[in-house]
Design a protein around this ligand. Structure first.
Ligand SMILES: Nc1ncnc2c1ncn2[C@@H]1O[C@H](COP(=O)(O)OP(=O)(O)OP(=O)(O)O)[C@@H](O)[C@H]1O
Length: 685
């Protein structure tokens, strides 16, 4: 029997949270004549935000609430919403809405007003950043360096064995532009060239496609450009949503810089690049007990270029605050993998931006023309690209789109690992191709990829092997060694609860360790749970401790027998000890959800799917999980669950794509409502 469409029934049956119900109740108290349909929509708009959506689509209500409900006809429901005094219906995609109305109905979505305003602020902020024209006049002068950076200089340099002193304008002397291969089909070169001409750039691509390498080269170019123009060195910030991701990014930049100096690029230019990264919260400056930051539109960040990695993890409010804090004239470069899971909090911002920015596969004609000094002839000027079938056509969406930034999508993977041949599997999962995925998994030909079909309990089936890893952590000679060992292996799960959930697995692993004598009662332990060798995952940001959501540490006994929790410091050789009782919120980390593992990598990943289909599963979840592996992947699950996961997208309701496309305010709003395929029930993990 279907559930009646009344506020009380939906609440009583547990489909609404107390918070959602309270919002609806408060509207009813203020105006008892408010129809139930409006109250329920308000409650569902609140529920939608908790599940990662920017708003709620009444036409697709069944996507949000998985229950058999007598939903009203969408058109009637929308009419009631539009007629309600609680609901603003602004005529313009970025005009502030009526502050008296707590809800906004726009483009098929019902928003809590605050989230609609975040979308507007973000759209306007990106518009402001992207429409500033950088000084792109001296591109000719940059050409030698550009070609040295991008035209695979290594063979030329090795032959010539140039000492660092033989440099001209940052480029190794002797590199003859004409002798170098053309850059017309090098997407990394496109990305860097586009960033010299535009202030807003998105660089997307899967793991190891060279996003960080490309940006490092771009930053060297910006440094050279400033030097040539007699300007001070550019002030550059490297940031990411989590501490771990920021660290990984800075590490990749350091490695890329090292490679450039070894290849003869001017060390003075390379020295201008930052050696460290920071979290977005730290960059913006948190204010205790406030959702506001120290840096905002009136106190912008003191940087000329802000580079942000793992952009898919950034939620709507944080991205809105970030773009507002980017000063006029500064560059914003967003790096990310659009096939990974969207942000845990509301927004799915990266996909919204990408929807407006086009697919990043081709250069626009004006860019190709203007960037000729750097890229060479990108397309023959005498042929119209669209007619000729030439690859250098306008970027997709350009003709009917006002988005001011540029997007470059990198596809070629460079991270060579003879141990792990993940690329074909990642591509099949990304494309939702179940047949290919299963045949690759079952074929057992991909090096480093192991399929454990129908395995539901790796702890039982592979007990000794897994246990050996965890006991080795406890036997490490030093905290630094234990932390280095810790990233060798991780069990990743789709869900938090249940037999294949991270929480239950951690409990079982701890009892296994206890049986093996490791996790027993500890002398001078600050609590029963803090045993020598316990892996910890921090689950909230603490600026006081400089510990951030996603940081991994390990409990180890010190010389006096006291157990301390060790976390990485600035120098990998010197981890930082904390008294476990003083740590911010944390949990065990032998197993963790794929969501928590975003931004991290491990040598060996055991990706454990639930035995039965669960709505958190999606192709993005499987893709994110398996791409965390550096040298070995063990995938445990059934063919049915894999097929069902790959059939679903983890996307969200958002109006950002059309809003960005419709800005500036020229009244050109696309007609079709933007909606997503599936809903992710993130409350489950
Ligand atoms: N054009 C290139 N030629 C040769 N090697 C490259 C090139 N671009 C990147 N690489 C190498 O590929 C590896 C991955 O590069 P990088 O870290 O920049 O990728 P990424 O896209 O930022 O990866 P992730 O998303 O995992 O952080 C590095 O070892 C880098 O040196």
């Amino acid at each position: 029997m279907s559930t009646p469409f009344t506020l009380e029934t939906l609440y009583r049956t547990g489909l609404l949270r107390p918070l959602d119900h309270a919002l609806a109740q408060s509207l009813r108290r203020l105006d008892p004549t408010t129809p139930d349909a409006v109250l329920i929509a308000a409650a569902l708009a609140s529920l939608a935000v908790s599940k990662g959506h920017a708003g709620f689509a009444p036409a697709d209500a069944a996507q949000l609430v998985e229950a058999d409900i007598d939903w009203p006809a969408a058109a009637d429901w929308q009419r009631q919403l539009a007629a309600s005094p609680w609901v603003a219906t602004p005529g313009d995609p970025v005009e502030p809405s009526d502050t008296q109305a707590p809800l906004v109905f726009e483009h098929g979505l019902l928003y809590l007003r605050r989230y609609r305003e975040y979308e507007c602020r973000l759209a306007l902020g990106l518009q402001r950043i992207g429409t500033q024209a950088p000084d792109a006049t001296a591109l000719d002068a940059l050409a030698p360096l550009f070609r040295a950076l991008f035209a695979d200089p290594s063979p030329a340099l090795r032959e010539k064995s140039l000492p660092p002193s033989g440099l001209v304008g940052g480029a190794p002397k002797g590199l003859d532009e004409g002798a170098l291969p053309p850059l017309a089909d090098d997407r990394q070169a496109h990305a860097a060239a586009l960033a010299l001409r535009h202030t807003l750039l998105l660089v997307t691509g899967g793991p190891g496609t060279g996003k960080t390498t490309t940006i490092t080269r771009l930053l060297v170019l910006l440094a050279a450009q400033a030097q040539q123009a007699g300007r001070p060195a550019p002030r550059i910030a490297l940031a990411a949503p989590t501490g771990r991701a920021a660290e990984r990014m800075a590490e990749s930049v350091r490695i890329a810089v090292q490679a450039l100096t070894e290849l003869g690029i001017d060390p003075d230019l390379c020295a201008q690049l930052p050696a460290t990264g920071t979290t977005l919260h730290r960059l913006l400056g948190t204010i205790p007990d406030s959702p506001r930051f120290r840096h905002h539109a009136d106190n912008p960040l003191p940087f000329d270029a802000v580079v942000v990695d793992e952009a898919s993890m950034i939620d709507l409010p944080l991205m809105a605050k970030l773009v507002e804090a980017v000063p006029d004239g500064a560059r914003l470069v967003l790096l990310g993998d659009p096939d990974q899971l969207p942000s845990v909090e509301a927004g799915d911002v990266l996909s919204g931006i990408l929807r407006a920015a086009g697919n990043g596969e081709r250069l626009a004609r004006d860019d190709a023309d203007a960037l000729q000094p750097l890229l060479g002839t990108a397309y023959p000027p005498d042929r119209h690209p669209r007619e000729s079938g030439d690859p250098w056509t306008s970027r997709v969406g350009e003709a009917d789109n006002n988005f001011p930034g540029r997007h470059a999508h990198l596809v070629r993977g460079y991270r060579q690992s003879s141990a792990l041949d993940l690329a074909p599997l990642a591509a099949a999962v990304r494309g939702g191709d179940t047949d290919t995925t299963l045949s690759l998994l079952r074929g057992n030909h991909l090096s480093g990829v192991h399929f454990h079909e129908n395995l539901t309990d790796p702890l039982q089936a592979h007990r000794d092997r897994l246990l050996a890893h965890w006991t080795a952590l406890a036997e490490a000679a030093s905290p630094a060694e234990a932390l280095a060992l810790a990233s060798r292996l991780r069990i990743l799960t789709a869900v938090r609860e249940g037999p294949q959930g991270a929480r239950g697995l951690n409990t079982r692993i701890e009892s296994m360790l206890s049986e093996s004598g490791l996790a027993g009662p500890q002398r001078r332990s600050p609590g029963p749970g803090y045993f020598h060798g316990r892996l910890l995952l921090v689950t909230e940001n603490s600026y006081r401790h400089r510990l951030f959501n996603g940081d991994i540490g390990i409990c180890l006994r010190d010389a006096s027998g006291a157990v301390m929790a060790w976390f990485p410091g600035d120098d990998p050789q010197h981890p930082r000890p904390f008294h476990p009782a003083a740590l911010p919120a944390h949990e065990s980390a032998f197993a963790m959800t794929v969501h928590k593992a975003q931004g991290s990598e491990f040598d060996e990943v055991w990706l454990l799917l639930p035995a039965r289909f669960n709505r958190v599963l999606s192709r993005e979840l499987v893709y994110t999980g398996l791409t965390r592996a550096r040298s070995a992947l063990h995938l445990a699950g059934s063919a049915d669950v894999i097929a069902e996961a790959l059939a679903r997208h983890a996307s969200r309701w958002s109006g950002l794509g059309w809003r960005l496309g419709a800005t500036p305010l020229n009244g050109k709003v696309p007609a079709a409502a933007e909606r997503v395929d599936d809903v992710v029930q993130r409350s489950l993990f």
